[in-house]
Design a protein around this ligand. Structure first.
Ligand code: NAG
Ligand code: NAG
Ligand code: NAG
Ligand code: NAG
Ligand code: NAG
Ligand code: NAG
Ligand code: NAG
Ligand code: NAG
Ligand code: NAG
Ligand code: NAG
Ligand code: NAG
Ligand code: NAG
Length: 541
């Protein structure tokens, strides 16, 4: 353990001692939840009662980032304009105008979602430091319209984990190695690693991540978070650095189902600049109200499927024991649980779809830049830059994914791509998740989060993950090749609800009912590396 890690753990222990219950502090003498656990409702109430302002909130979060970021590397950049934006939103509120539940609430976004402000959008690569976009991404526009403060950019597995075969989750050349807060040097999961770490210890209220296969749900489980991987097309990818137009999606990572649902509501919708949003089955005004769908009784009468034939026989017994106990909880809440085998149990997904998409989609992103400092326009250009820049740690971190994509010799307009994509649609559709849902008339399929990603990725179906449990406090530490802790004391894991296309409303209702019955995050062990500065330290100074 580094000296800094020991110091922070000591600091958090001292703070736990002071606060007594570990999740409460005071603001102006009034008890107020710790920023490590606070919800949108808590902040909204404090702001509207005048207990504190959004400027206070931004100051507190920036100080918390400064406390832990040298160790955890969760944040790549903070927004130099955040305090000014907060002051404007405070003035609006004082004047009687609020833009909704996110008014004045600080959110970090993954460093592949572009903003047309002073911040960079890098995917963790020096190839894009200094590059400019002509407009905000649609995600940034929607957050700002909802009154959220974009506090900064979260670190990520570089290029959303689409560069190397031998890198590590949470590592980027630009941001360094992000690590999780539940155990020193915890593997943070990826690729929305910094988003997971930041939300797990309250470096902001919540975050946005992106997922192609697992990149929201995996870091969410490592931070004991709720993560929503929306149906591909529900959230616009315009000016988000891509891997695959057929699989990429953007979603919230938060500490409660309700907070995640509030954020999904703000970012969902049509966008003429991303034609996949044209598949949303409702007009924007008729998109389901994800927040009012949350109902503690929604497991009652629900039909839940388990694809027994896809379960990994080598899965951790800790996670599987918790999973079967979760199934019992669902049954006792009135759910009907049925077998729902897939007819194609192990889709032999190849890298063709992602590789060919990346070749095409990356070029589109690079061509959309209004300033491109190194004049890089294609994957070949990016690979050449990466292999020749001393800042990019090549060859220790190789470029195997790109080498494979370029070896294909074609992009996603080729018939060979199309054939492979049709196979994926079959594996994920009739042969897989969607077929199992259809045949068994299910509301959702449930799986341990560690086994969920690929089953929804290839056809673009939605997943909601939420906390399920933690490794025992006495568990042995296992590390990966780069020394990150894979399993160890108190490391969290999750359970996932997977659904049909655009069935987020159902999944969120089920997840909420499960969350309210289990309160796994609330009752579980706390993260060990936690900033000790709280709102009360900033109010009125
Ligand atoms: C406050 O409201 C008044 C009247 O609607 C308006 O003129 C003024 O510009 C508003 N100020 C701010 C900071 O929003
Ligand atoms: C963006 O990158 C430029 C170029 O390195 C740097 O000067 C600037 O400070 C960065 N922006 C932020 C907000 O860190
Ligand atoms: C979006 O446009 C691309 C390129 O024109 C096309 O290949 C794709 O099928 C379209 N997708 C949808 C959902 O319309
Ligand atoms: C939750 O669902 C139950 C059963 O359908 C219904 O009676 C109740 O009104 C719902 N509660 C809320 C808050 O919507
Ligand atoms: C589902 O798969 C399991 C495990 O492979 C198998 O034991 C079971 O018989 C299957 N059920 C049906 C209905 O095919
Ligand atoms: C389970 O482990 C065995 C032995 O290591 C291995 O051969 C098999 O491929 C693994 N199965 C899965 C689904 O990972
Ligand atoms: C994957 O499945 C397809 C269709 O079933 C088959 O043609 C192909 O050979 C398989 N590829 C591998 C690597 O198993
Ligand atoms: C490859 O990168 C090097 C160093 O950045 C540069 O000098 C060279 O021109 C690049 N080659 C191509 C073909 O772009
Ligand atoms: C990663 O792969 C490259 C290329 O094979 C190799 O040179 C490098 O040593 C590898 N790094 C690690 C840590 O395995
Ligand atoms: C932990 O490691 C020790 C020493 O290698 C071993 O004896 C013990 O069985 C391990 N415990 C578990 C739970 O794996
Ligand atoms: C704080 O968390 C503990 C469990 O860690 C819980 O029992 C207690 O009710 C929580 N207190 C508050 C004020 O939320
Ligand atoms: C906001 C912040 O702390 N940014 C840091 C992220 O990590 C990189 C790489 O270590 C630093 O250079 C940044 O200052």
């Amino acid at each position: 353990m580094t000296r800094l890690a020991r110091l922070l753990i000591a600091a958090s222990a001292a703070w736990l001692g002071f606060a007594g219950i570990g999740n409460c502090s005071t603001v102006k003498g009034v008890p107020f939840p710790s920023l490590t656990e606070v919800t949108i409702d808590d902040l909204e109430e404090g702001l509207s009662r005048g207990l504190f302002t959004s400027v206070d909130l931004v100051r507190a979060y920036l100080a918390r980032i400064e406390q832990v970021n040298p160790l955890l590397r969760a944040v790549n950049e903070v927004n130099p304009d955040a305090l000014d934006i907060a002051a404007e939103l405070d003035a609006m509120r004082a004047n009687g105008t609020t833009l909704g539940p996110l008014h004045g609430i600080p959110i970090l976004i993954k460093d592949n979602i572009a903003t047309a402000d002073k911040m960079n959008n890098t995917a963790g690569s020096f190839a894009l430091v200094g590059a400019k976009v002509p407009h905000d991404s649609t995600m940034a526009v929607k957050l700002r319209e909802a009154g959220a403060i974009i506090l900064g950019k979260a670190n990520l597995s570089q290029w959303a984990n689409y560069r190397s075969s031998n890198s590590s989750s949470g590592w980027s050349a630009y941001g360094g190695q992000a690590t999780g807060a539940y155990y020193p040097n915890e593997d943070p999961g990826g690729s929305s690693s910094g988003s997971g770490v930041a939300a797990s210890i309250g470096l902001c209220l919540a975050t946005l991540g992106t997922e192609t296969s697992g990149s929201i749900i995996s870091p969410s489980q490592k931070g004991s978070l709720v993560g929503i991987k929306p149906t591909v097309g529900l959230t616009s990818r315009y000016l988000v650095i891509p891997i695959s137009s057929h699989q990429d999606t953007i979603g919230p990572m938060a500490r409660t189902v309700k907070d995640a649902a509030i954020i999904l509501q703000a970012i969902a919708g049509h966008d003429p600049r991303d034609n996949y949003t044209s598949t949303i089955p409702w007009e924007d005004s008729k998109i389901p109200d994800y927040v009012s769908a949350l109902n503690v009784s929604s497991l009652s009468g629900a039909r839940i499927g388990i694809p027994y034939n896809t379960l990994n026989p080598n899965a951790s017994t800790v996670e599987m024991t918790a999973f079967w106990s979760a199934i019992d909880t669902m049954k006792s809440a009135g759910a009907t649980v049925v077998g729902a085998n897939f007819t194609v149990p192990s889709p032999n997904t190849t890298s063709i779809v992602l590789g060919a998409d990346f070749v095409s989609d990356l070029a589109v992103y690079l061509d959309s830049l209004s300033h491109n400092p190194y004049n890089l326009h294609t994957l070949e250009d990016i690979r050449n830059f990466t292999q020749n820049s001393s800042l990019e740690f090549f060859p220790d971190r190789d470029t195997a994914r790109w080498d494979g994509a370029l070896e294909l010799g074609y992009n996603n307009s080729d018939i060979r791509f199309w054939e492979e994509y049709q196979r994926n649609l079959y594996w994920g559709g009739e042969g897989g998740l969607l077929g199992a849902i259809e045949r068994n008339d299910l509301d959702a399929v449930v799986l341990p989060t560690s086994q969920a990603a690929a089953k929804a990725a290839i056809q673009g179906a939605p997943i909601v993950t939420l906390p399920l449990g933690y490794y025992p406090a006495t568990w042995n530490v296992t590390r990966n090749a780069r020394g990150l802790v894979q399993q160890g004391p108190n490391i969290p894991f999750g359970i996932s609800f997977l659904g049909g296309m655009f069935e987020e409303e159902k999944l969120l209702a089920l997840a909420y009912a499960f969350e309210q019955r289990t309160l796994v995050r609330k009752k579980g062990p706390r993260p060990v590396i936690v900033p000790n500065l709280e709102l009360g330290d900033f109010v009125g100074f």
